[in-house]
Design a protein around this ligand. Structure first.
Ligand code: ZN
Length: 663
């Protein structure tokens, strides 16, 4: 695989019509200027997933996913940027010419490619050994059959067997033309070098005398292996896994994700279990939406991987409570990522694999339905049992519970869980809310330190505490609640400023007087002395200023595929909102509403003034606060001087604003 040249990328993006690409996955209905569907990324019954063919973008007002056609393919298929481009190129019959490489790029590219090739060679080798050799059939195939795996399943998961030979695989691979360094880098061959460097190095296979479970990435390529030994040998670990390599980072990988991703999306649920055999067994039983975090304890990357396909995880655990206690942290992590997590525990001595084979898939699914409890309820119950009547233990338990709940990003869910926990624990809900608020404020303060954001925690912020109500009819408000937690004036003016630059920056406000002077130039020239304080808008403005300094075009499209998800989503939200609203408004009331373009100059002018006024107001407040505690008289005078100056500026700006009349 090689790099795609920029011209071809542009060509693909231009041809890949967003409605057509998305239409391959969901059925879109026209409503107003946009197309709507039930979101393929989160479960919902009424459509809040909107596509704007005119702008080439989509946005879900429920879960916030947004992007252009390439991003959609990346997210829905769970593949990377170059793979998505290739897929679209294929769909539209665009040929991708080979780009010129530097030697270094060539080498890096070739090495990754070689790793994939040799891993695939190894997979075939292990598979052939399983089916075609006596040892493979007698030991490997017999074992899989004893576990109840049929041939279809074995082939679907590309299971294999590595023979009882020290270097059988390595020899075969060398004969096939793969180099020893690549075999070592792929984690397939171990080279032991003697300490004195004189004697010859010893070369042997990592996987020997084991049944083999290939590990695939989301796109279906083999990136690693897990090997299980069958005989009882105290000197050998039960499982041997590939080490970390250029193409395998175990914390980013889930076993079975390639085979499960479509089922996870259609069922809007992922079952998470512990071992390879659980995944294979459940899959054979017709439960396809199942993955395992095999080889590591659950990581944030793994949760993010699942969240590309669903927001719901049910964790399936064996019936021993030691394992469950250890896994509680993993579930806190799932909550933190904003996903819903349930927990199902099996009767003692059973694991998902054994249990599904025992009772069959239908009964198994029913068991999960009836026995999966939400994680918070489960944790509360577990903790209550443990603490008994000991008051200090109980207090600790409550604190732990509240900490877990406070990690849930959604305030509605949070308050419901607090309510439930209060009931279960027999304490007043208010106490839990106060505890939770303490935790949230602490978290917010840490965040603010990270951002170096000057304003203190905003307790009126809807993200804190109690229930947040919003109108079901208006997806726009809902989206705003989720993506824009700060409701102060500076926030709005900074937002409006970015929106005007990105959506209308190319317009010429005064073609007669200044035919080359674009709106973006005008705004940027006027605000050179302004530093934004809302982190997201500051980041976007920083990038805009870089583009501006390099004389590059400034458009929203530049950001539609930004690698920074927060920036991408924000820019797309800004392209969507007001615009769509005013169109609906005019249709509904059958009146002429001047479009934004008709009054851009005024909008930009007032925005600049209000922006400056808001920042000035912030400065005034800060001077005032400092004055209140300052004891040194010279400092006091200095502050007073600043304050009076700011007051004058405010007066000037207000005067200017007063003369502006919006049409
Ligand atoms: Zn959604």
């Amino acid at each position: 695989m090689s790099r795609i040249d920029p011209q071809t990328i542009d060509q693909i993006k231009q041809i890949a019509d967003v409605a057509e690409v998305i239409g391959d996955y969901v059925s879109l209905k026209k409503k107003g200027a946009n197309l709507w569907a039930c979101c393929p990324f989160h479960g919902e019954k009424s459509p809040s997933f909107s596509v704007s063919p005119a702008k080439g973008i989509y946005k879900c007002f429920g879960c916030g996913k947004a992007g252009d056609s390439v991003r959609f393919v990346m997210d829905i298929e769970g593949i990377g940027y170059p793979e998505a481009l290739r897929q679209l190129a294929k769909k539209y019959g665009i040929e991708i010419p080979e780009a010129e490489y530097t030697d270094e790029q060539m080498e890096a590219q070739n090495e990754r490619e070689s790793l994939f090739l040799v891993l695939n060679f190894a997979k075939n080798y292990f598979q052939n050994y399983l089916f075609d050799s006596e040892e493979g059939q007698n030991i490997g195939l017999t074992y899989f059959k004893e576990r109840g795996f049929n041939e279809n399943t074995i082939k679907n998961f590309e299971l294999g067997y590595s023979p009882k030979i020290w270097d059988g695989f390595t020899k075969a691979a060398l004969e096939a033309g793969y180099s020893l360094p690549i075999l070592e880098k792929a984690g397939l061959t171990i080279i032991k070098r003697e300490e004195d460097q004189t004697t010859k190095e010893k070369v042997y296979d990592r996987f020997r005398e084991r049944v083999i479970f290939p590990i695939h990435n989301v796109a279906g390529k083999v990136i690693a292996f897990g090997g299980r030994i069958l005989k009882a040998d105290k000197n050998q670990p039960k499982y041997v896994n590939s080490p970390e390599t250029e193409v395998y980072h175990k914390s980013n990988v889930l076993y079975g994700i390639y085979q499960a991703k479509n089922a996870i999306r259609t069922n809007d649920m992922a079952y998470l279990c512990e071992g390879y055999t659980d995944v294979v067994s459940l899959h054979q039983a017709g439960i396809h939406n199942v993955v395992a975090s095999s080889g590591t304890s659950l990581t944030h990357e793994q949760i993010k991987l699942i969240s590309r396909f669903t927001q719901n995880i049910t964790v399936l655990y064996d019936g021993d409570s030691a394992g469950i206690k250890a896994s509680l942290r993993g579930m806190d992590m799932i909550l933190e990522e904003g996903l819903d997590v349930k927990l199902a525990i099996f009767p003692e001595g059973e694991d998902p694999d054994s249990y599904v084979q025992k009772i069959g898939s239908e009964a198994f699914i029913n068991y999960l339905k009836n026995n999966a409890s939400d994680f918070i309820t489960y944790k509360a119950q577990l903790s209550i049992d443990e603490a008994g009547n000991d008051p200090s233990k109980k207090a600790n338990v409550i604190r732990e519970m509240v900490e877990s709940i406070s990690k849930i990003p959604d305030s509605i869910k949070r308050s419901l869980f607090l309510q439930k926990t209060a009931q279960m624990m027999g304490v007043a809900e208010e106490i839990l809310i106060i505890e939770s608020n303490k935790y949230l404020i602490q978290k917010q303060q840490v965040k603010e330190k990270e951002y170096k954001k000057p304003s203190g925690p905003n307790l009126e912020n809807p993200d804190f505490g109690g229930l947040q109500s919003f109108d079901e009819e208006s997806p726009f408000e809902q989206a705003q609640v989720e993506t824009k937690p700060h409701y102060d004036n500076i926030f709005y003016q900074e937002q409006e400023c970015i929106r005007l630059i990105l959506n209308h920056g190319k317009q010429i406000p005064d073609p007669a007087q200044a035919p080359d002077y674009m709106l973006a130039n005008y705004i940027l020239d006027e605000i050179t002395d302004v530093e934004f304080i809302t982190p997201i808008y500051k980041s976007i403005l920083d990038e805009i200023r870089v583009l501006f300094e390099n004389n590059q075009e400034i458009t929203a499209e530049q950001f539609h595929n930004s690698a920074n998800e927060a920036i991408r989503n924000e820019v797309i939200s800004l392209s969507f909102e007001k615009y769509t609203l005013s169109e609906n408004w005019s249709k509904l009331h059958e009146i002429f509403v001047p479009t934004e373009v008709d009054k851009l100059s005024e909008l930009a002018y007032t925005n600049i003034l209000r922006l400056k006024k808001a920042h000035n107001q912030k400065n005034m407040n800060e001077f005032k606060q400092k004055l209140a505690t300052e004891t040194d008289t010279t400092e006091q005078e200095k502050l007073l001087g600043f304050f009076m100056n700011a007051k004058l500026i405010e007066k000037e700006i207000s005067k200017l604003l007063g003369t502006v009349v919006l049409k």
